[in-house]
Design a protein around this ligand. Structure first.
Ligand code: SAM
Length: 956
């Protein structure tokens, strides 16, 4: 007899992600991965891609969809954490793997005195699970198998077995908005059959690269390295043959620095436009303008090793910004006279009859690759960074030098070469010849390129040297695996690639440092030697266990069935992929290799889902409807979206409803990076909306819904708070779920009930959800969601406030009271405030905050409110809470208590007519006194006095 375990069916079992997800720990892991920047597994394929979703999040989604919930949720959670490398034993291994000072310290402390730091601290010091080898999971498989009834010793085996239990086969996962391929790659790495698709061919290429390069076999990797070397060799050989990068004494150019130059209309001088003259902070190198009075122009001299004072002075260039919007001015001084002209004046900006902007710049032609001699904006080489191997041969010596006649001659060689070959190279597809399409409102990223420079075609974003070098890379990078290098090269070698003179940097950096294509005044151009690392990239390697496919098509055209869809659709004001990726499409669209030949090499804007309005919703519904049709009845979907505002939340709920889906859970994972945190209030996280196909066509009424929602929410809240109790002690008193998570789960529970129904109060909900919106109108669906959310909120009444009082409070009052409760427990992150503002529908929650800092937000104290928020425009207007806070402020300012009480009775509407108003005031003052005890003891005491004043007041 064999010992084979007969799999039991999970066909209709709820998935783990529908009940549990350790969002706090997951947030810490996601954050760690986002912070890795260049160290991210797929980043080297295209560092220009914005908005990569963390792989660890994708892993959680895939496993969460496959794992079942059992009658032992605590154990379910433990097993899940083991599979994620998040259990304590895995964390120890991850710290060992990191093996540096910090990780050793934490580990040492843990092992000797049992000091356990917070989960976040451990994760910050440890390696990421994917950085460790498979032995990280050696200890888990027996436990996993016992719990799940499986016999797996790898993820691929586990995923296959869970797939068989649920769907009868290895599970298939699709992502129809694959972008850079993060989700499909992770699903494939876990052992799912994967189909990825995207409308944009650059996204498809990155996804293809994730699967076939990072996920390629060892054999393919060896071939790739050979191909890369050959590409570098050929490019280098052609450049060397032209003799345009080496000087007479054997130094090789590393970088060329260029700037725009214009004639100052006041002085008649040609002036180089440079925001700063600093060339290198480390080498104390600067550019110095040397007036040439005869020619009315400046020579540019490069000096290295200058003193600190000169460095300080050099920070101020000929471009200076002024005013609220940082308007740019050209500023220079001749014979003691300072000349200052707006850049907009130089360009001759004016407003056309139709109100749009125009200027005097000449629009460039398709054959142009540099300014015409009579153009307003000229370009000029002003410095070259040279390199030469040290005598030891181990590293290089570097020098920054002024431009010589010989250098200018080499520039002319490049220009002559291009003049001769541009048409041929464009025809062959080695150089772009694609127009910059404006097609649309001014949000279009390319608008600045046309307005600020007169550039009309994508190749105008590259100077002659860049066209030569990038064109050679494009010419020789014919195989699919090498096509990715063409984009990386373009990204690091365009007229939008900044020169970074920061300490220890001295490098030409990427065009896509942010998600906009903005023109700059001075930039760096790389030499062939300096572009090598963008071509011969040392990619990470994770050979995938199963093969996957990548398709280039709009999401609503998917036709193959899949068990699970995990998608991260485009939304609202996020990255305009369909616009900025033309920068790359222009380089790649001709001569695609066979692997990419069936893709449409165009961004197909008309089909791209974008914006937030009707088109966006229609596009999304069409896509999700189609996916739902391609899913079996027990299929599952996870939809990710950035949590920004209540509007997006309501929109997404509408979309899934109209698509025939039913929400079964929602989670909020903080995925922002520290730079986003530093940027201030735009703290972002990701909402995971878990959905199933809506079955049957159930009907209900609004009245019945109330009970159902309440029960569902209460049950969900209980599970999560219960798990918090069990988790205590694992790490220093940490909650697995924080209030915002519980609240999110509460919302989800409400949506779960709502979206179960096809008809509510006799209305067809699909039609309702699709109904076009009139601005400012609250639709029936909005009303229902609001009602559901309100019900969910009822379950989150802070302790110490009577439910009947809570029910009477406005959103702003609830917000203040709830957040005070969280502050008293140490919460400070702005996203908490955002979440609750959304939950309590507070329009302007910032008016109630004393600090909006991302990591250090805080409510206003009574004294800080002063006399504000008392008038009609305020959300606290005529509220009992505001009146109590006002009284506390007056007491803190030593006002006579009789006067304070008199004001209070005036500030609370119907104080004498409605006794419950008085009781509410007592209750709130009592609550404030307790919550403020440690936060602000003086105010706590004022609150106690208010409470007693009301209690002891003699009424009529
Ligand atoms: C938010 S991104 C996905 C990012 C991805 N998850 C990642 O981690 O890189 C959304 C993607 O949807 C694509 N897209 C926009 N409209 C589309 C449509 N109608 N059909 C398919 N893909 C579309 C965009 O090209 C973009 O790549």
């Amino acid at each position: 007899m064999t010992n084979t375990i007969i799999p039991f069916s999970l066909k209709d079992a709820p998935a783990l992600i529908e009940r549990l997800l350790p969002v706090q720990k997951l947030s810490a892991e996601a954050y760690k991965e986002q912070m890795a920047n260049q160290g991210k597994t797929l980043n080297a394929l295209g560092s220009y891609w914005k908005g990569r979703k963390p792989l660890i999040l994708a892993k959680a989604c895939v496993l969460g969809c496959l794992l079942p919930v059992t009658d032992d949720p605590a154990r379910d959670l433990e097993i899940f954490e083991m599979l994620m490398g998040m259990d304590i034993y895995s964390l120890e291994k991850r710290l060992e793997d990191k093996n540096d000072k910090e990780s050793s310290f934490i580990l040492g402390l843990h092992r000797t005195v049992g000091n356990r730091s917070s989960y976040r601290t451990w994760v910050a010091a440890a390696s990421r699970p994917e950085e460790c080898d498979n032995s990280l999971f050696d200890h888990i498989w027996d436990k996993v198998n016992t719990h799940l009834g499986t016999s797996a010793y790898s993820f691929s085996e586990l995923v296959e077995q869970l797939g068989v239990m649920r769907y009868g086969h290895r599970p298939s996962v699709a992502d129809t908005f694959s972008g850079s391929g993060q989700i499909p790659f992770e699903a494939a790495r876990l052992g799912c059959e994967v189909e990825a698709s995207d409308l944009n061919p650059i996204a498809c290429m990155l996804t293809w690269g994730a699967i076939n390069i990072i996920g390629g076999s060892q054999k393919s990797r060896i071939a790739l390295v050979e191909n890369q070397k050959e590409l570098v060799r050929r490019v280098q050989a052609d450049i060397d043959a032209l003799g345009v990068e080496v000087d007479d004494i054997g130094w090789r150019a590393k970088a060329f620095l260029y700037c725009v130059e214009v004639r100052c209309p006041q002085s008649g001088w040609m002036v180089p436009l440079m925001p700063s003259f600093i060339i290198s902070t480390s080498r104390k190198a600067i550019a110095r303008l040397v007036p040439d009075y005869n020619r009315k122009r400046y020579g540019i001299q490069i000096n290295s090793g200058v003193d600190d004072q000169i460095m300080i002075e050099a920070a101020k260039g000929t471009i200076q910004r002024e005013g609220k919007y940082g308007e740019a001015f050209l500023v220079h001084k001749i014979n003691g006279i300072e000349y200052k002209t707006k850049i907009s004046t130089l360009r001759g900006d004016y407003q056309k009859h139709d109100g749009s902007a125009g200027n005097q710049l000449r629009l460039w032609d398709k054959q142009d690759f540099m300014p015409h001699p009579d153009d307003i904006l000229q370009e000029r080489l002003y410095c070259i960074q040279w390199m030469r191997p040290k005598p030891t041969g181990k590293s290089y010596n570097y020098e920054f030098r002024s431009v010589t006649v010989a250098d200018e001659h080499r520039e002319q060689l490049v220009e002559a070469f291009l003049a001769k070959h541009i048409t041929e190279w464009q025809t062959n597809g080695w150089l772009p010849d694609m127009r910059i399409e404006i097609g649309g409102p001014p949000r279009y990223q390319g608008l600045d390129l046309i307005r600020a420079r007169g550039w009309t075609h994508w190749h105008h974003l590259f100077n002659p040297r860049q066209l030569l070098l990038n064109g050679l890379v494009n010419k020789y990078a014919t195989s699919a695996v090498l096509r990715l290098s063409v984009c990386q090269t373009a990204n690091f070698n365009s007229k939008l690639s900044r020169w970074n003179s920061g300490p220890g940097v001295d490098a030409v950096i990427d065009t896509f440092y942010n998600q906009a294509l903005n023109t700059i005044y001075n930039y760096g151009s790389r030499s062939s030697r300096n572009i090598t690392n963008q071509i011969a990239t040392d990619y990470k390697s994770f050979p995938l266990p199963v093969s996957s496919s990548v398709e280039c098509r709009p999401a609503h055209q998917i036709f193959t069935p899949h068990d699970i869809f995990i998608t991260d659709p485009p939304y609202g004001d996020a990255v305009k992929y369909e616009e900025i990726l033309d920068f790359f499409i222009a380089w790649l669209r001709k001569n695609p290799p066979p692997e990419f030949a069936d893709w449409v090499w165009d961004s197909r804007r008309a089909l791209a889902i974008q914006g937030e309005g009707e088109d966006f919703r229609r596009g999304m519904v069409a896509a999700y409807k189609r996916m739902t049709e391609c899913m079996p009845d027990n299929g599952i979907q996870v939809i990710m979206f950035t949590h920004q505002s209540g509007a997006i939340w309501a929109d997404m709920s509408n979309i899934v409803w109209a698509a025939g889906l039913q929400v079964t859970a929602a989670w909020y994972v903080a995925t922002e990076t520290e730079s986003a945190l530093r940027a201030g209030s735009h703290v972002k996280g990701t909402v995971l909306l878990v959905c199933r196909k809506r079955q049957g066509s159930y009907k209900t009424t609004r009245d019945d819904l109330a009970w159902e929602i309440q029960e569902e929410v209460e049950a969900q809240v209980q599970v999560l708070t219960g798990l918090n109790q069990e988790a205590k002690g694992l790490y220093r008193d940490e909650n697995v779920f924080e209030d915002a998570d519980i609240q999110m789960a509460g919302y989800a529970a409400a949506l779960r009930v709502l979206t179960r129904y096809a008809t509510i109060d006799g209305r067809d909900m699909t039609a309702e959800a699709l109904r076009p919106r009139v601005k400012g109108e609250t639709t029936f669906v909005d009303g229902l969601i609001g009602f559901a959310v309100d019900t969910a909120n009822q379950c989150l009444v802070p302790q110490g406030i009577a439910k009947q009082h809570w029910d009477k409070l406005s959103g702003a009052e609830r917000f203040y009271l709830k957040l005070l409760n969280l502050e008293a427990r140490g919460a400070k992150t702005l996203d908490n405030y955002q979440n609750f503002a959304k939950a309590f529908k507070v329009r302007d929650f910032k008016a109630l905050l004393a600090s909006h800092k991302a990591n250090n937000a805080r409510l206003k104290s009574a004294v800080e409110f002063g006399r504000a928020e008392m008038s009609e425009g305020s959300e606290l207007y005529q509220s009992v809470l505001r009146a109590v806070l006002y009284a506390m402020m007056e007491l803190a300012k030593n006002l006579d208590s009789n006067e304070v009480l008199a004001h209070l009775t005036l500030n609370i509407p119907n104080y004498y007519g409605d006794m419950t108003q008085r009781e509410l005031a007592i209750d709130l003052a009592d609550y404030l006194a307790r919550e403020l005890e440690t936060l602000r003891p003086e105010e706590a005491s004022a609150a106690r006095i208010v409470r007693e004043l009301i209690r002891n007041q003699r009424l009529g």
